[in-house]
Each structure stands twice: as structure tokens, then as C-alpha cells.
Design a protein around this ligand. Structure first.
Ligand code: SF4
Length: 365
């Protein structure tokens, strides 16, 4: 890659890219100004999530938590609720912890030094590069999968972008492009090029502002790049969940553990099952062992599938009635459906809650 870099006229490349960006950039809410807190929130939301999905979340989040102080003071449950549906929930828990550090140690000003900002919880090289360049005009590279795709093509690199050493290589090469450019514009221009033109499939080379610099296009191999080793197919898990109601019509909800997948989100009691035919017995046993509840498991009412990057949950949902009330414990609550809507659920369990509310409303009407 270092050799290919020598073939590029970096000055012309910067001019071609940035003048295209100025004409074509999308009007996105986080581009209204260079406020570092706003930029930081947007960059955390945009990791693994598409721009169109992020926009309404971002607008609501900034209304609810407009300053680092507001986010630092907020109840974690409210912050999780504002993030509900965006996934990768550790992102927002880390963001809130880091913002609390900013308020406690930096008077609420997002630090502009790389060392200080990178030491905050959850701030990796990408977030540090993006925030410091966009908000503070520091010549830091912001290398994510999109940026690696664009530069793999421009530099005709066949190195596997799934590997940490390839990312490191890009991080060491890209500062050459940032010198003497406005880092904020340059990094955002590359991100915009990856989103609008140099897309994963069928890159729009004929409309591309840097087509004359692009080595993959010159060789006609742009669609073969970047190289990324295929991930294993996601594992499938059969799950049984239960809508367990007491005599007052309250439903049992459970809070997931402190760490791991979907940590601290709320859900219906559920368990992995090996054999579909034995789901009811497995559920009854699980409820007894976990919550001390004697329950009668009734009909199947719903099937929900949720696909994570590495895992697929196939959840069969049953109704159930308790025969004996359990002891209250910290990680479970009996709630009305109105109360339940104030808590944050994973998408699969939001679907179960929504269907339960619809069935109840249909019965009432
Ligand atoms: S010319 Fe094509 S492959 Fe090269 S950067 Fe532009 S869109 Fe991507």
C-alpha cells in the first residue's frame, strides 16, 4: 500500500474530493455545527447503523439530552429507553459513563487532546479520529469499514480489511491525506463518498470525483475489492418465551445480566430449548427454578425471529398463568403493560410487548 500511495497526487485528490463534498453533502442534523458533544453522539449512533435509521433517534436524543450535563445526570433507564431499537447497547452505556467523566473531570467540555479523549470509556481509535477531526480540526484519521473499502479501491489493496493489522496500516497511511486539508471536511468527504458513490456493491465510478486517482478502477477490479474473509453463518437458537400474568393482570418481566448480549435490557422470561415438543415443560421448569413460580403454560401466541450478526433467535411465545406468586427479586418485576412501556427492551421483545398490547386492546373493544 505504501508504494501505491506514492502514485497519488495528494493535492489534486484532496481538491477533487472536497469540492465534490461541498456540492453533494447531505443535510444531516449533526452537521448543523461542529459542537463536539453533538458530533460524538452522532458518531456513536452511526457505528453499525444506517444514517436513515439514526436521524430520528438522534433528533429525539438531542432533544432529551441536549448537553453533556443533561446526559450525565440522566437515569440510565431513560437513556436506554431513548436508544431502544438501535442495538449494540453497550455503546450508549459507555457513552453515558464517558460523558459523566467529561462532566466530572473536564467541566463538561469534551477534551480536544487525543490522549484525554481516547482514555474515556468506549472511545476507540475510530471515534477519537472522527470526533477530534470533525469537531476540533485535528488531522486524525477515522478508519472504519467504509473508509477501508474506499481506500482499498483507491490504493488497489488486497489486504483483508477484517484483520486488525490492515486497519492499523490504513491508520498509519491516511494522515498523509489529511495534511494541509481541512481534516473535518476531508474525513466527512471520504465517509460521504463511501455512503453515496463508492458503495459496497456496484460503485458509481462514472460519477466519482476521484475516479482518475483510483487504481482499482484503472484495473477494472473495483467490484472485487475490498477483500474481506466471509464470516461463519450465524448460529441458530430455539427459544421459548412466556407472557406470564398474575391475577391482577400484571406481567412478569426480567432484566438481563450486567454483561454480555443486550446487557441490562428487559425481556419476557425465556429459555433456550433443544426440542420444540418439550418447550412447555422446559418453560415450567425454568420458571420454577429461576423465579420460584408455579405456572401453567397455555397456548402459543406468536413466533418472533431476530437476526444478530452472529446469532439467530427463533422465539416461540406462550401465554401462561401463575398458580403461586414468586418472591420479588431485583432482576424481575410484575408490571402493567403501560408501566412496561417505560423500560427498554430488545427489538424481539418489543415485538412481543406490542402484540400483547394489541391482543389486550382487541379484547377490550
Ligand atoms: S472510482 Fe469507483 S472504485 Fe474508485 S473510489 Fe471512485 S467509486 Fe470507488
Amino acid at each position: 500500500m505504501e508504494q501505491q500511495l506514492e502514485n497519488i497526487d495528494i493535492k489534486r485528490f484532496q481538491q477533487d474530493l472536497i469540492s465534490w463534498y461541498e456540492d453533494h453533502k447531505r443535510d444531516l442534523p449533526w452537521r448543523q455545527n461542529q459542537d463536539p458533544y453533538r458530533v460524538w453522539v452522532s458518531e456513536v449512533m452511526l457505528q453499525q447503523t444506517k444514517v436513515d435509521t439514526v436521524i430520528p433517534y438522534y433528533n429525539r436524543f438531542m432533544q432529551q439530552f441536549p448537553t453533556p450535563q443533561k446526559l450525565a445526570e440522566a437515569d440510565e433507564e431513560d437513556v436506554m429507553k431513548a436508544w431502544e431499537g438501535l442495538g449494540y447497547y453497550s455503546r450508549v452505556r459507555n457513552l453515558q459513563s464517558a460523558v459523566r467523566e467529561v462532566v466530572a473531570d473536564y467541566g463538561g467540555e469534551v477534551p480536544s487532546s487525543k490522549k484525554a479523549f481516547s482514555s474515556l470509556k468506549g472511545v476507540g481509535p475510530y471515534t477519537a479520529g472522527a470526533v477530534l477531526s470533525i469537531a476540533y480540526e485535528k488531522p486524525e484519521p477515522a478508519v472504519d469499514g467504509n473508509v477501508m473499502r474506499v481506500f482499498s479501491r483507491i490504493l488497489l489493496s488486497r489486504e483483508d480489511i477484517g484483520k486488525a493489522k490492515t486497519r492499523k496500516k490504513f491508520e498509519s497511511l491516511l494522515p498523509a491525506f489529511l495534511n494541509d486539508a481541512k481534516p473535518s471536511q476531508f474525513n466527512q468527504a471520504v465517509m460521504e463518498l463511501g455512503a453515496l458513490v463508492c458503495t459496497p456493491t456496484s460503485p458509481g465510478c462514472l460519477l466519482c470525483p476521484v475516479q482518475y486517482h483510483c487504481m482499482a478502477r484503472a484495473e477494472g477490479v473495483q467490484e472485487e475489492l475490498p477483500v474481506k474473509e466471509k464470516k461463519k453463518a450465524p448460529a441458530k437458537k430455539e427459544m421459548a418465551a412466556v407472557i406470564l400474568c398474575d391475577q391482577q393482570g400484571k406481567t412478569l418481566f426480567h432484566q438481563r445480566g450486567e454483561s454480555g448480549l443486550l446487557a441490562r435490557l428487559w425481556e419476557y422470561p425465556n429459555v433456550e430449548t433443544k426440542q420444540k415438543g418439550e418447550q412447555k415443560d422446559t418453560l415450567s421448569q425454568f420458571l420454577k427454578n429461576t423465579y420460584g413460580v408455579q405456572a401453567k403454560i397455555g397456548n402459543k401466541v406468536q413466533k418472533v425471529q431476530h437476526v444478530f450478526s452472529h446469532l439467530i433467535w427463533n422465539i416461540t411465545v406462550y401465554e401462561g398463568m401463575i398458580e403461586e406468586a414468586p418472591e420479588h427479586s431485583q432482576d424481575c418485576k410484575w408490571l402493567t403493560l403501560e408501566e412496561a412501556q417505560k423500560y427498554a427492551f430488545p427489538v424481539s421483545h418489543q415485538k412481543i410487548l406490542k402484540a400483547q398490547i394489541e391482543r389486550r386492546d382487541a379484547e377490550w373493544n
